[in-house]
Every structure is written in C-alpha cells, then in structure tokens.
Design a protein around this ligand. Sequence first.
Ligand SMILES: O=C(O)CCC(=O)C(=O)O
Ligand SMILES: [Fe+2]
Length: 319
Amino acid sequence: METHAFLKLQRELKSLREQAIKDSANPEEIDETFSQVFSELSAKTERNRTLTIFFGVTLTLISCLAVAVQFLVTSVYDDPCLIYMHALPEELSRPIADCSMCKDLTTVPRYDFITKEEFELKHAYTSQPAVIAKGTENWTASKNLTFSYLKELYLATADVDNIQGDCAFFGYRTDFVSLKHAFESITTEMENVEPGSPNWYIGWSNCDENISSVIHQLSSKPYFLPERSRQYNTWIFAGSPGVGAGIHIDTVDLPSWQAQILGRKTWTLTPPPECEHICQTINATLNQGDIIVVNTNQWYHSTTIHEGSISLSIGSEYD
Ligand SMILES: O=C(O)CCC(=O)C(=O)O
Ligand SMILES: [Fe+2]
C-alpha cells in the first residue's frame, strides 16, 4: 500500500477508536474488536490466495495433460509400425502378449492332419496360429453352402429387419449399412465376380437360430479342437477378389477358427508391438476346405481374396 494511503487508514482507524471511546466504549473491548476484524480479514485473503494457486495449478496440469494426450494420439496414429490405424482403444485394453506365440515363426505352421493332443499342446491356447489343410473334409458346406443360399435364407426370414439384433455387421469399404442392405444390393453378377462388377467384402455374426441350425447341418466342430471346447456364434465373411478385411486387432473373448468354404484367401498376421523385436509378419493362404486358427485379439490381421471366385468363410470362437 502506498505510504499516504497507509497513513490515511491509520488516521481513520485512530479517529474511529477515539470516537468509540467518546461514545463510552471500553478501550480494551475496542482493541479486541479491531484485532478480531483484522484476523478474519487476513484469513479470508489467505483462503483466496490458496484457492487461486489451487485453480491455477489444476488448470495448468489439465492443459499439459490435454497436450500430451493429443501428442500421443497423433504420433501413434501417424506411425503405422507402432499401432495400426484406429486401434488405440483395442491396443490400450489388450493384455501384453507372450512372444513365444510368434518367436521363430517365418510362416503360419501348416498341418495336413493334427491330433487333438498335438493341437492342444501347440496351438489351442498358446496364441500360436496354425492352418489345418482340408480341416473341413467331412463337411458338406463346401458343396452346399453358397452366398446366394445364405442370402435366400436371410431374406426369407420374417424378421430380417431385426435379424442382426445385437449381432455385428461389418461393411468394410462398401456402403452397406446392414446385412439386409448388403443382401439386397449384392447382385448375382457381383456374386459371380463378373467383369466390371464392383468389389465388395462383408462380415457378420449370426444371431438367427434357424440359420444357425442350417450351418450346423453343413459343418461341425473342427475335429482337432479339444473335446471340451464349445462353439460360439458363427461369424461369416464373404466378398469378391481383392482386399478383404483391413488390418485390425479384435477385442473378442477367445481365440477363433475360420474355415474357407469357397475361394482362396490369404491372411497376413502381424505380431503386436511388444514382440516386434523377435517376431515378424507371417502369412497363410487358405484353399477351399482349409481351416485357420488364430487369436485375433493378439495378432493384427488383414485378408486378401484371390482371383477366380468369391470367398466365403465361416468361423467361431472356441474355448
Ligand atoms: O475373414 C476375414 O477377412 C477377417 C476375419 C476377421 O477379422 C476375424 O475373424 O477376426
Ligand atoms: Fe478380426
């Protein structure tokens, strides 16, 4: 406070005190009152100062945090080698991988036949992928399950609008917004991959009991899966030659198998970032009738459909 204002305040306080004495107040009580008022005023000033510091520090911290998160997200998305596009939530919630799932693998191990015991030991729960050639040998699906048969079954289902329910539908790079929309838009020319017909790829999980029982008549639990392992909802993927599913990682509960019912498809499996120093990207080409087993929660995966025919595959998680 400037000196003259301070002197003025002193003068006014003194004159207030003298006035109060004249008004026959007790000088000790006056001094007591002055000191009470001063201590209340200085406590309030102290509280205001503390609050100002608290809010200032909090605001600074929040701003720093926002800048850090923005930097992290931008750099992570900008670096496709670190974490693939838009996979940040999956990546953050993913348990750290045991790199023995991919160490020393230069390709996906391929078997013409595998016993339940060997499969359980090496692949069932180790996240090490495998292809079991002709794994669908005793199924009738490759002969009888076609895309147009599925389309007919779905479109004939009375409740086709709600058939998806909680079930997932992926339109990938198409404009299809639902399974119904896809079935209504995919023409016979598109299914037969006639020259000039547009490229398409879709995937969905089946929630319809009737369709589920048809699928189970045409297929069975892969012979090499452990006796106790159960089947879950069927996933179906179909599309024309070209790019299939773009690279991604899943957050499903369990590892999966997928059988190639029609066409040929190559899977590209990339190990998670924590294993990149000892593991490499590997591929597996599935011919009609082959089955791949892969933990899609641990491997980044993408698919490509070979020329010649559409690809149709069915699969499921297993425990
Ligand atoms: O079959 C495909 O093209 C992709 C399958 C897939 O992403 C999965 O099963 O998690
Ligand atoms: Fe996937």
